[in-house]
Ligand binder design. Sequence first.
Ligand SMILES: Nc1ncnc2c1ncn2[C@@H]1O[C@H](COP(=O)(O)OP(=O)(O)OP(=O)(O)O)[C@@H](O)[C@H]1O
Ligand SMILES: [Mg+2]
Length: 364
Amino acid sequence: MSVRTAHIAHDVGSAQPHGVIGSPSFRRHAAAHVLPCDCSNRPECRGAAGWSFPVTRPAIATTNLSRDYGSVRALDQLSIEVPAGTIFGLLGPNAAGKTTVIRLLLGLVEPTEGEGTVLGFDIHKHGDEIRRRTGALFEHPGLYERLSAYDNLDYFARIWRMPEISRRVRIESLMRHFGLWERRYEIVGAWGRGMQQKLAIARTLLHQPPLVFFDEPTAGLDPIAAAALRKELAALSHSEGVTIFLTTHNLAEAEQLCDTVGLLRAGKLLAVGKPAELRDRIQAPQLEIVGRGFDDDVLTLLRKRAEVRAAHAADSNLVIHLSGDVDTAPLVSLLVESGADVQEVRRRGATLETAFLSFMEEVA
Ligand SMILES: Nc1ncnc2c1ncn2[C@@H]1O[C@H](COP(=O)(O)OP(=O)(O)OP(=O)(O)O)[C@@H](O)[C@H]1O
Ligand SMILES: [Mg+2]
């Protein structure tokens, strides 16, 4: 049994939907509670997602959270807060520690150091409680390929012990939301990755968790399927008030989808903020110089200057990432005095992608 199936198979209380996604009753519920109320005390509002949690508290909070695997520090002193009802994206390259963060937050691995709470529960002690109240989708969709799409969801809804009527209502609502309803009787093994991924996401939402974790949800999808899925995730967060914690190595995805983005590299959080703030912070102007003689000595001199955040040379081109809106004449003079042959100088804003890569290299 996979980790994910084991997670779902935990004993859970009875579940009863708060209404069809996007319906007035659901929106009322989401707006009123964002994270669940003590619905279990109220018949009209009882469900697997029925736990009291004040909206003012962050859905996720960590302090100096760290995890070592032998001599490898997979995560180093992560301190973040994720407000309820928002989408948080952890953005980083391979081996940055993204999956490790999700595993720690779900209580699937023990931290080496540091603290964390998820929906108010301590990740050290209450992993079961956290897993019961959240949804999670890791790299593998974890579906039964020989079953129909409907039967897959029905199977998992039974594991969550959802009563029959609630099960039917919830499955139809989710399948309609993801555009899968018309194809509900098709065998999942015959589906492409995009549709399987939508179904897998629907599966994580069956029991109406107030918080879901998606580990690289659009990995392996073509650009059109990925864009469609992003739209649906955003709509879901808004219509149901669900907090989404996702990981990605796709900068554009983080920018489009997330309220807040954390940049993670080699286990360290380099920066955290709203995508537009990060864009401003990392997208400093750059100077492009065409000429000759941009050797290592010249680059070393440049990199020591306060106006310079990074400098790279290739063939007859030198690119200098500036630390802000600085006067560049002294830099050109420095190049000339160092013996470089300057033929042309252009100043422009870096593309976000270039700026991001340079930022990741620079702070490493
Ligand atoms: N179970 C494990 N045993 C040993 N090392 C591990 C284990 N899990 C993760 N690591 C190491 O921890 C580091 C972070 O891994 P993690 O899987 O969290 O990165 P990631 O950002 O999710 O990478 P990817 O983009 O490839 O999924 C890597 O160096 C990885 O090799
Ligand atoms: Mg990973």
